[in-house]
Design a protein around this ligand. Structure first.
Ligand SMILES: CC(C)(COP(=O)(O)OP(=O)(O)OC[C@H]1O[C@@H](n2cnc3c(N)ncnc32)[C@H](O)[C@@H]1OP(=O)(O)O)[C@@H](O)C(=O)NCCC(=O)NCCS
Length: 346
């Protein structure tokens, strides 16, 4: 087997076959894990991520069976042959992919890894990986660890619902839910009004609420550093959203002084199913918690979604009682659970 890196896409060009194959297998794995045909990611979204941004970079690696299809490609900076992400039709026998997210503003030790095995290695629902799949995964992870060393990163976080290779410890389990129940009519607490903002448009209190959520959310034992939101960071995030063709809806509860004290956030991706939205952060100012603002802002947020949205995805760390209580009125249907396994490289 040979490890290859998929290079940077050339904007506007056709996705390479290997990128289409990755998306196909990633969607298959997501749908099998969740039993939900709506769980999908578009080729366009992967290509956009592979272009990188000032906030995070992404890298796609493939473990290829080179006995059938030898890979001829120049070796890149990370010591791995690089094949194009666009305009490339070579037919590769890929056994497994690793999709690496590399945060650039905080978490400078961390690489997040998503493994996607070829469908031939996926176990039947409820079964374990077989020995061939386990050895493919181990070989791919050895390559990923070398790439992380070349990147100067030593904390690897691997999301998997099928266990993990040797040396990885469970750090947090995150449950993904679909909310499908009708939204109760929101009751805006006395002294507050609802404000709707899109795409990180500045509102008094927005940066504080986003920073607080990042600091206070339940991350289990994951190595995390809180994100510090500033006006510049909001502007950069807005520019990235626009570049990716994504939209973000933020619904806030604003007090009499005009400062936002609670927010919830939803994102939608162009190219993805318009009947689906994803709940991001729910955050309440530390001085205003425990008096119903969390419930109120989420109800107001759901009411403000586009009328065509029928399913809202939400996730919560297992054991995060506050988030579980927030989602409870919407009869959340558990779709899938994924555990982050962490290894600090010696
Ligand atoms: C989670 C959070 C939004 C709750 O805000 P809040 O205004 O205190 O929420 P509410 O008063 O509306 O309470 C919502 C429910 O959560 C429960 N709850 C709130 N904080 C809790 C805590 N620390 N532990 C256990 N339950 C909690 C409440 O008892 C209530 O339950 P109920 O429906 O059974 O009455 C707030 O604590 C916060 O901003 N946390 C940091 C960010 C975060 O973790 N966000 C959620 C994931 S993105």
């Amino acid at each position: 087997m040979q490890l290859v890196q998929i290079g940077r896409p050339v904007p506007g060009r056709e996705p390479a076959d290997v990128v289409r194959t990755f998306c196909f297998h990633q969607n298959l794995a997501a749908q099998e894990a969740s039993g939900d045909r709506l769980a999908s990611v578009s080729v366009e979204r992967v290509l956009t991520r592979l272009q990188g941004s000032t906030e995070s970079d992404a890298l796609l690696l493939a473990l290829v069976d080179d006995s059938l299809t030898p890979v001829l490609a120049p070796v890149g900076d990370l010591g791995v042959p690089v094949i194009p992400a666009t305009d490339d039709e070579r037919d590769l026998e890929v056994a497994a992919f690793a999709y690496l997210s590399i945060p650039l503003l905080e978490e400078l030790r961390v690489v997040e890894v998503e493994l996607v095995l070829d469908a031939g290695y996926l176990p039947l629902p409820g079964e374990e990986l077989d020995t061939d799949a386990v050895s493919v995964r181990a070989e791919l992870m050895r390559g990923v660890e070398e790439v992380c060393r070349a990147l100067g990163r030593d904390v690897l976080q691997l999301w998997s619902d099928q266990g993990a290779p040797e040396h990885y410890c469970p750090a947090v389990t995150v449950d993904q839910y679909a909310l499908r129940a009708a939204t109760p009519s929101p009751r805006v607490p006395d002294g507050f009004s609802v404000r709707v903002a899109r795409n990180y448009a500045p509102v008094d209190g927005l940066s504080t609420l986003l920073s607080t959520a990042s600091a206070d959310a339940d991350h289990g034992h994951l190595h995390t550093e809180p994100v510090r939101w500033t006006g510049d960071r909001l502007r950069e995030a807005a520019a990235r959203l626009a570049a990716r063709g994504e939209t973000q809806l933020v619904v806030l509860l604003v007090d009499g002084s005009g400062t936002a004290r609670a927010l919830c956030e939803f994102t939608a991706h162009s190219g993805a199913d318009p009947t689906v939205a994803e709940l991001g952060v729910v955050s309440v100012d530390r001085g205003f918690r425990g008096r119903g603002l969390g419930h109120a802002v989420l109800a107001a947020g759901l009411t403000n979604l586009a009328p065509e949205v029928q399913t809202v995805y939400a996730s919560a760390a297992a054991g995060d009682t506050a988030t579980a209580r927030l989602l409870a009125p919407y009869t959340p249907e558990l779709l899938t659970s994924a555990t982050a396994w962490q290894r600090i490289l010696p």
